[in-house]
Ligand binder design. Structure first.
Ligand SMILES: Cc1ncc(COP(=O)(O)O)c(C=O)c1O
Length: 376
C-alpha cells in the first residue's frame, strides 16, 4: 500500500532526538527551531518523560472511559494548579481539532445557539466544525455547507460588537496568538472588551491555546497577558510533548450531561502519564520562565539583523517577517546550516523551539541565521 500523498515533505528523516536537537539517519545533527510544529515542549526524549511513559506502559497502557482512570484526576488537579484554573473541569481528547470540535459543541449544547464568530486568518483544525471556523475555504469540503460562521478581522472591535449584539452567536473562537495566520497577537484591550461583551450577550468565549498555550508564550496561556478568563480553553501540542493528547478546560457554569461528549482513546493511561510528566518537568525546570527569557533575548537580537521587517510574538512563539520571500533562505538554513524552522505565508518565519532551549542554542541559531542573510 502507498501513502495518500497529503504532505509536501523534505527529504530528511530524523531517527533520534535529544533536547533541542534532532539527528537524521546519517547522524547529522539539526537545531530544532520548529519543535515538530510547536509540539515539543520539555525537549525531545527527556529522560523523566521517557521513564514515566515506560513505567506506565509496563503497568497498563489503555482501558476505556467506562472504568475509573485516576490518572485523569491526578493530571486535572496538577493542570488546574499550573494553569491558574483550579475551578475549571477537564475533558480529555486526542488532537487539537478534536478539542476545538468538542468546545464548539459544548457551547452550542449550553446556549442552544448555532452560529459561530471566528477571525480572519484563523486556524482551528481539520474536523468538521473546527475547519468551518478556520479561515481558509480550500480546507472546507462541500459537506460542511450549512454551518454558519461569521468571520471578522482580528482586533476589529466594531465588527465584533455589531455581530454579537444580535445575541444569536453561540460562541466566539479565537487563538491566544494566531499561529498559521502569521504570529498575530490579539490586542489585550480587544480581548478584555470581547470577554465582557461575550458575558453580556451570553456568548461562549473559546480560547484556542493549542499552539500558544502550555507555557510557549512565556505565561501558561497567552490570553493571561490580557487578564481575561475565557469560558472554555482548548489545549494540545505541548501538552504531551509529542504524545497525542488534548484537552478542553471548562468553566464552572457548564453542566456535564452523560451522552453529549465522549471518546474511546481520550485520557488513556499513557496520555495521562505523558501529560503528567510534561507538567512536572515544566515546573521543576521552570520552563515557562525560560520561554519568556530566551524568547525576549531572541527577539531582541533578531531585531538587530538586516532584512528583518518585523519581529513579533511572545515567549517562544516568534514571528520573523522578512523584507523578501523566505523560501530560499529557509531551505539553506535547513540543508546547509542544519536548522529546522517553521514558516507561514511567503515572508514569515515561525520560530517554535522546545521550551528547554538555552542561551547557547539561541546564540548558535542567531549565528547560523545571520551568516545566511549577510552572505546572501
Ligand atoms: C491554533 C491551532 N488550533 C488547532 C490546531 C489543530 O490541531 P491538530 O492538528 O492537533 O488537530 C492547530 C494545529 O496546528 C493550531 O495551531
Amino acid at each position: 500500500m502507498k501513502l495518500f500523498d497529503v504532505y509536501p515533505r523534505w527529504n530528511i528523516e530524523p531517527v533520534r532526538a535529544q533536547g533541542c536537537k534532532v539527528y537524521d539517519k546519517n547522524g547529522t545533527e539539526y537545531l530544532d527551531f520548529y519543535g515538530g510544529h510547536a509540539v515539543i515542549s520539555v525537549g525531545h526524549s527527556h529522560p523523566g518523560y521517557v521513564k514515566k511513559i515506560t513505567e506506565q506502559l509496563n503497568k497498563i497502557g489503555f482501558y476505556s472511559n467506562s472504568v475509573q482512570v485516576s490518572l485523569q484526576e491526578e493530571y486535572a488537579e496538577k493542570l488546574g494548579r499550573a494553569s491558574g484554573y483550579p475551578d475549571y473541569s477537564l475533558f480529555m481528547v486526542n488532537t487539537g481539532a478534536e478539542a476545538n470540535e468538542n468546545a464548539l459543541k459544548l457551547a452550542s449544547f449550553h446556549n442552544q445557539r448555532t452560529k459561530t464568530l471566528a477571525f480572519n486568518r484563523s486556524f482551528h483544525g481539520r474536523t468538521a466544525i473546527a475547519v468551518s471556523v478556520t479561515d481558509n475555504p480550500k480546507y472546507r469540503p462541500p459537506i460542511n455547507k450549512g454551518l454558519e460562521v461569521v468571520f471578522v478581522p482580528l482586533n476589529d472591535w466594531d465588527a465584533v460588537e455589531k455581530t454579537l449584539k444580535n445575541r444569536d452567536i453561540s460562541s466566539v473562537i479565537i487563538e491566544g496568538i494566531q499561529g498559521i495566520g502569521g504570529i498575530i497577537v490579539p490586542e489585550p484591550e480587544f480581548l478584555r472588551k470581547l470577554s465582557r461583551l461575550c458575558r453580556e450577550t451570553e456568548t461562549v468565549l473559546i480560547l484556542d491555546e493549542i499552539q500558544s498555550g502550555y507555557g510557549r508564550s512565556g505565561k501558561f496561556f497567552a490570553h493571561q497577558y490580557a487578564g481575561i478568563r475565557p469560558d472554555i480553553i482548548t489545549i494540545a501540542k505541548g501538552m504531551g510533548n509529542g504524545f497525542p493528547v488534548s484537552g478542553v478546560l471548562i468553566a464552572p457554569q457548564f453542566t456535564a450531561v452523560h451522552g453529549q461528549l465522549g471518546t474511546t482513546f481520550g485520557g488513556n493511561h499513557l496520555a495521562c502519564a505523558a501529560a503528567i510528566a510534561v507538567l512536572d518537568i515544566m515546573e521543576e525546570e521552570k520552563l515557562i520562565e525560560n520561554a519568556a527569557q530566551i524568547g525576549d533575548y531572541l527577539k531582541h537580537e533578531l531585531a538587530k539583523l538586516p532584512l528583518i521587517k518585523d519581529v513579533r510574538g511572545s515567549g517562544l512563539m516568534i514571528g520573523l517577517e522578512m523584507e523578501e520571500p523566505i523560501q530560499a533562505i529557509r531551505n539553506r538554513l535547513l540543508f546547509e546550516e542544519k536548522v529546522f524552522t517553521g514558516a507561514t505565508g511567503t515572508h514569515i518565519f515561525r520560530l517554535l523551539p522546545p521550551l528547554c532551549i538555552d542561551r547557547e542554542i539561541a546564540d548558535e541559531f542567531i549565528k547560523r541565521f545571520k551568516k545566511l542573510i549577510i552572505c546572501k
